[in-house]
Design a binder for this molecule. Structure first.
Ligand code: AR6
Length: 193
């Protein structure tokens, strides 16, 4: 499944792009492209809840009971349940309304807040899906540049516990968009099989 890998090193952290299924990743955390209700649904959200089992939803319910719906651009962490990853970081990306409704800032925030949680919890590795580019309709060419640019900027800012960030892209078109974006941003990159 994980056919191709593109990898660069930034400030002691490896950033990798692979094609695959995020529910199979064994990073410390995987990120869920959730919605504000945190109740699970389709897409990557559905896949994570199906594979991870009811413990994830149970914690999501407790979070919503405590603090209400999760605003767009924010993130919370739960157990990974039956997943290989010990934690799931749930974030909410923006719905695409054409690009002038704060979508770029909100998408950047979803990545930043997720990384902040990973760093604050001393996690070593984290996997991201392509937030907002499925049901939420964010154009993948724009989203990929913003996602990679945001993660690289966060990693460059300081050395933290996070030493491995993996983008796990489900389909080949999304994988290609992220690979191009990384090459564009970094200029030179090492490609490995
Ligand atoms: N592993 C990695 N990526 C996946 C997987 C998987 N197992 N399954 C799907 N994707 P989407 P959004 C990709 O729609 O746009 C949900 O119903 C998918 O191909 O999951 O942020 C939530 O509850 C696409 O590239 O998330 C929200 O209501 C990417 O994940 C809403 O959808 C994101 O697609 C969120 O929409």
């Amino acid at each position: 499944m994980e056919k191709q890998v593109v990898e660069v090193t930034i400030n002691q952290a490896k950033l990798r792009i692979i094609q695959g299924d995020i529910t199979k990743q064994d990073t410390d955390a995987i990120v869920n492209a959730a919605n504000s209700s945190l109740m699970g649904s389709g897409g990557v959200d559905g896949a994570i809840h199906r594979t991870g089992g009811p413990a994830i939803l149970e914690e999501c319910k407790q979070i919503v009971a405590r603090q209400g719906h999760l605003p767009t651009g924010k993130a919370v962490m739960t157990t990974g349940g039956n997943l290989k990853a010990r934690h799931v970081i749930h974030t909410v990306g923006p719905i695409w309304y054409g690009g002038d409704k704060g979508e770029p800032e909100l998408l950047a925030s979803a990545y930043q807040e997720s990384l902040k949680l990973a760093m604050g919890n001393q996690l070593f590795s984290i996997s991201f899906p392509s937030i907002s580019t499925g049901a939420y309709g964010y154009p993948v060419a724009k989203a990929s540049r913003l996602a990679i640019g945001t993660v690289i900027a966060s990693l460059r800012q300081s050395v933290t516990s996070v030493r491995e960030v993996v983008f796990v892209l489900f389909d080949s078109q999304t994988f290609r968009a992220y690979s191009s974006a990384l090459k564009e941003i970094i200029g030179t990159s090492n490609e490995k099989d």
